[in-house]
Design a protein around this ligand. Structure first.
Ligand SMILES: C[S@@+](CC[C@H](N)C(=O)[O-])C[C@H]1O[C@@H](n2cnc3c(N)ncnc32)[C@H](O)[C@@H]1O
Length: 279
């Protein structure tokens, strides 16, 4: 794991409260990478990432799911509408909670979804509350990832599982340049640390889960940042983002940083699934 000091929970919350609107303008309702097979549109590529994770995890129709770091509710609403799932989405941001709740109601899945403003690191749900834990590009913001998985695994029923898409530090050993690049990304994108794939496997196993497929998706997702950079350059969104504070401007100014980190191998992007044993 590569850690970076200087990130606080209040900065992360403030960023998502203020920047959700920019994400919507720049990228759409899903705040996550696209997954490309060929030359699909960015919107289709975002959908493909969700479909990939649904296939990998085997979440059955009608399952009860907690979506940790639900953003504007993109995944939650998809699972509720197209897979009849009952989804609880949690987010640090009150703005996102309202956005997700309103969108779910407009899309006709208000009854199969609920959205809460909760910190995943202090949230408390009864043991066995959900079949699946779904989390797309949120765990990089958590401060104690191992403790989160230990607690969250208790929320799951036996036989359920975990479905994750994650920004990762590349595999160890890390060169000085890898560490510098990852720390730069952590600073710009408000991550207290990035774990390696091996770290995540250890944290999940220590939480009593059986780790399944770890799928390195890096080459299929990097185009996300090329497209974001083009869109920002074309539209002047950085100036607008600057009005929402330094962290938002930082975000739009640092697309090259993350692109280079993926290209150099300092960072990876993967889906990871795990199962809670039935007995
Ligand atoms: C990159 S966005 C991903 C949003 C969503 N999963 C999606 O794919 O559209 C990161 C999300 O993690 C949430 N988040 C960050 N730290 C969190 C925490 N400690 N507890 C709950 N949510 C958190 C943010 O509020 C935001 O919704």
């Amino acid at each position: 794991m590569i850690s970076f000091d200087g990130i606080s929970k209040s900065r992360i919350r403030f960023h998502y409260d203020l920047s959700t609107f920019f994400y919507r303008l720049l990228w759409g309702v899903h705040i996550h990478h696209g997954l490309w097979n060929e030359n699909e549109s960015p919107r289709r590529a975002q959908q493909q990432l969700i479909e990939h994770l649904l296939n990998e995890s085997g979440i059955p129709r009608g399952a009860s799911v907690i979506d940790v770091g639900c953003g504007m509710g993109g995944s939650s609403i998809h699972m509720a509408r197209d897979h009849d799932c009952h989804v609880t989405g949690i987010t640090l941001s009150g703005m996102q909670r309202r956005w997700a709740g309103t969108t779910a109601a407009l899309k006709g899945v208000g009854r199969r979804t609920r959205f809460l403003r909760q910190d995943a690191e202090t949230a408390d749900f009864a043991d066995g509350s959900f079949d699946y834990l779904w989390s797309v590009e949120c765990t990089e913001h958590l401060f104690d990832k191992a403790a989160f998985f230990r607690r969250a695994s208790r929320w799951l029923r036996p036989g359920g599982g975990v479905a994750l898409c994650i920004w990762l530090a590349g595999d160890e050993p890390h060169s000085e340049s890898d560490i510098e690049q990852v720390k730069g990304v952590c600073d710009a994108f408000l991550c207290p640390s990035l774990g390696t794939a091996a770290d995540y496997a250890t944290w999940l196993r220590d939480a009593g889960l059986e780790v399944g497929n770890i799928c390195d998706l890096t080459p299929r997702i990097t185009r996300t940042w090329e497209i974001c950079r083009q869109r920002v350059e074309r539209t002047g969104l950085t100036r607008l983002a600057g009005l929402a504070g330094r962290d938002s401007a930082n975000f739009t100014n640092n697309f090259d940083l993350i692109l280079n980190a993926y290209r150099s191998g300092a960072m990876k992007f993967a889906s990871i699934v795990a199962k809670k044993p039935s007995t």
